[in-house]
Design a protein. Structure first.
Length: 277
């Protein structure tokens, strides 16, 4: 097994065109998710590539480098709409995992319970993919296609996450339910971004739920119905959760997950609304 650590994107792209490599960006879930016969594989570590980490703002949108750690995201000076993403960053495993794990690794792992995905969906994130053939950008809502499945081609690397500037007054929030308070896989999780008008009514709403379907989902019907409402008196109806398709497993059955998501939506909306005031 070879462990390759290129320092430039061009070098990484060349290696991908000539070798069969597994890409890691932190590697915190790489070996635990593989069977013993899958361990003898050549690895391309992208975390030492110059310019692939860090957070910046240009051309009215934010850029988070693919190799940016969850610790860096949690500590960054970001708008209040990013609060849900920063809360999620503090839920990604232990401190050691947060120090090593990266935003691109979380997305490419494509777990239904990936904590970073719902808040990134509410931030309307897009994913930049690079290869020797060039670069392309796809919405995060299209990037993850199923459990452990993404649009990344065999010669591509996720190079950055882009997020358009959110509304100035918007507030983000994140709710996670696990079997224990910390170091737990999500049973359900919900992210919200809420903005209020001068009357204290909801003028912008983005809600996403994870671990309740194969791929995290925006709840667009709920978002639409929230407009004009007081965040303290909102309701979440069964039709609002129609995009979800939770499973029964050892952490909870489908009905329980739907009830949990509904409660998390209410909590996230109310909390974001209160912080707005």
């Amino acid at each position: 097994m070879r462990y390759l650590t290129p320092s430039t994107l061009d070098d990484a792209f060349k290696l991908l065109t000539t070798h069969d490599l597994a890409i890691v960006a932190g590697g915190t879930d790489f070996f635990p998710s593989r069977q013993s016969h899958e361990l003898c594989i050549d690895i391309l570590d992208i975390t030492r590539i110059v310019g692939l980490s860090g957070i910046g703002f240009t051309e009215n949108r934010w850029k988070i480098g693919a190799a940016t750690s969850w610790t860096d995201i949690a500590r960054a000076d970001l708008p209040c709409a990013f609060r849900g993403l920063q809360m999620a960053a503090l839920e990604v495993g232990s401190l050691q995992i947060q120090n090593s794990g990266t935003i691109a690794g979380n997305l490419c792992n494509a777990s239904p319970a990936a904590d970073g995905v719902p808040p990134l969906l509410t931030l309307e994130a897009s994913v930049e993919l690079g290869s020797a053939r060039g670069f392309r950008e796809v919405p995060l809502s299209d990037f993850i296609t199923g459990v452990r499945q993404t649009l990344v081609a065999s010669d591509e690397i996720v190079t950055a996450i882009y997020l358009p500037a959110p509304p100035d007054g918007a507030i983000g929030h994140f709710e996670k339910l696990g079997a224990r308070r910390h170091l737990a896989i999500s049973i359900t999780m919900t992210a919200a971004i809420i903005d209020l008008d001068a009357r204290g009514r909801i003028s912008c709403a983005r809600i996403a739920a994870g671990a309740a379907s194969a791929v995290a989902q925006r709840l667009e019907a709920l978002e639409k119905d929230l407009i004009g409402q007081n965040p303290k008196t909102v309701e979440v109806l069964p039709r609002h959760l129609a995009p979800l398709s939770p499973i029964d497993d050892v952490r909870g059955d489908a009905d329980f997950r739907l009830e949990a998501v509904a409660e998390q939506c209410l909590r996230a909306i109310k909390e974001a609304g209160q912080r707005h005031g």
